[in-house]
Design a protein around this ligand. Structure first.
Ligand code: FES
Length: 231
């Protein structure tokens, strides 16, 4: 008898069947073929995610237009709470920056800067996500509502995402969010995407300096009625 086992952690995505609709986006988005559609009636079907195939990148979360998918270990309300917590205190005169870093090259580049003792401004707060592909446009806008003067999305190189396509999707969402910021009367330069490999601690520190200088030139962000963000 074959009693071989596969042990896999449960850092996987889960579908809220109540919200799932007939859109078909997630199966084509998932780089691992982990999502299938299951009919529930003649006209309706819902997404099903294989725990075995899912790698927990969150690309489907960032793609679902109905917010019907969550990662078990990184739910949108947890991400928002983390964002608000990171933005709640600033003990420096420098503008607050939220750096949303993927758990692979992005966050390891932050570690590399620390290990090489290359400083970056204390006003830059690091938020780790599995892959930048998990981000939704409204979350980028929420960061400003939470108090960020600038937002950096730090992911792997365009052709080097550890989850295949996540970073490319993030790049498009950053561009879309910049367009929306402009519509709301907010300088798009307050949001930027950076792509790096894990050893680029110096590049990460330089990117934070660059962002901080840009924000200092732009001056404080004040969300008025005219420029209020509808995230
Ligand atoms: Fe780095 Fe996807 S894992 S951006």
């Amino acid at each position: 008898m074959n009693d071989a086992k596969i042990i896999k952690d449960q850092r996987t995505a889960v579908v809220n069947e109540e919200f799932c609709g007939n859109c078909e986006f997630c199966p084509v988005t998932c780089p691992y073929g982990a999502i299938s559609l299951e009919p529930t009636s003649e006209e309706h079907f819902i997404a099903r995610i294989s725990d075995l195939l899912c790698e927990g990148c969150g690309t489907c979360v960032g793609t679902c237009p109905l917010n019907a998918i969550e990662l078990r270990h990184s739910r949108p309300n947890q991400m928002l709470a983390q964002m608000k917590g990171l933005m709640s205190i600033n003990g420096t005169p420098k503008p607050l920056v939220l750096a949303i870093c993927c758990s692979e090259c992005g966050h390891t580049a932050v570690d590399s800067s620390g290990m090489a003792m290359i400083p970056y401004p204390a006003s830059v707060r690091i938020m780790k996500v599995p892959c930048t592909g998990i981000l939704q446009v409204h979350q980028l806008l929420e960061a400003f509502k939470s108090g960020a003067q600038g937002v950096m999305v730090v992911g792997c190189k365009s052709d080097g995402c550890h989850y295949e396509v996540g970073v490319q999707k993030a790049e498009k969402k950053v561009e879309l969010a910049k367009t929306l910021l402009k519509e709301y009367g907010i300088e798009p330069d307050r949001l930027a995407m950076f792509n790096m490999v894990f050893i680029e601690g110096r590049e990460f520190a330089q990117a934070t300096q660059m962002m901080t200088q840009t924000l200092e030139k732009l001056g404080p962000l004040s969300l008025t009625d005219d420029s209020s963000i509808k995230a």
